[in-house]
Design a protein. Sequence first.
Length: 246
Amino acid sequence: MGMWDELMRQPGFSPLQAVFGAVMYLAWTAAYATVIHRGFKDRTYGVPWPCIVLNVAWEAIFSFELTDARLHWFFLYGNRFWLVFDVFILYQLARFGREAQVVPWLKRWFYPLFALSAVAAFGAIYTFTLYFHDLKGVASSMSMNLVMSIAFPVFHLSRPGREGLSTRAAWLKMVGTLAGSVFLATWWPAQFVDGHLRTHPSVDEPTTYGFMYFLYGAIFVFDCIYIGLCLRDDRERALTVNPRAS
């Protein structure tokens, strides 16, 4: 049996689901690459600080299954691949983050706060996973995604010069998350049978998936807001360069 046939035998997988999963991984990978390229070009970091440390913590935990996630290889190696990109973004925060701070207190205490936030992020994701039995990281990943989607417009407005930021990355994040939301909306319920998680029978199925549906919708709304801000700035920059375009 080939890898494709084996994947299709997994609960919740289908050729269409595989397409959504592939779009999710490709779009997010392209978004990461765009952020990293722009960050080195502008000598800064292009993702809000809390989101960087949370992402690295999540990818580390679910790349090496520190919480007994029992993930399929499709997710396991995808997470490990993303972890490489997240480490580069974490490096950019460590390398350029201090100079990017505009608050003197943050600039003075940047490195201790950086280390503390990284430890806190790891502890938060690890204990959240165990406390809420989110052993596959589904709720935590989408909750973090919403935090990122809310933070990006504020992050954008705090950088009038748009250092480290990219409209292309904003679009790619939205596409990747939208594809991931469609994937999870059908894949995640299929991981339960007779009211229990297939890989962990002691974990009960949620009584409702309303929280997840809320996350899918809220993330999309804030991603659209962020893209709208990016397009507005692109338009203003184009008019500055070529006033006749108005």
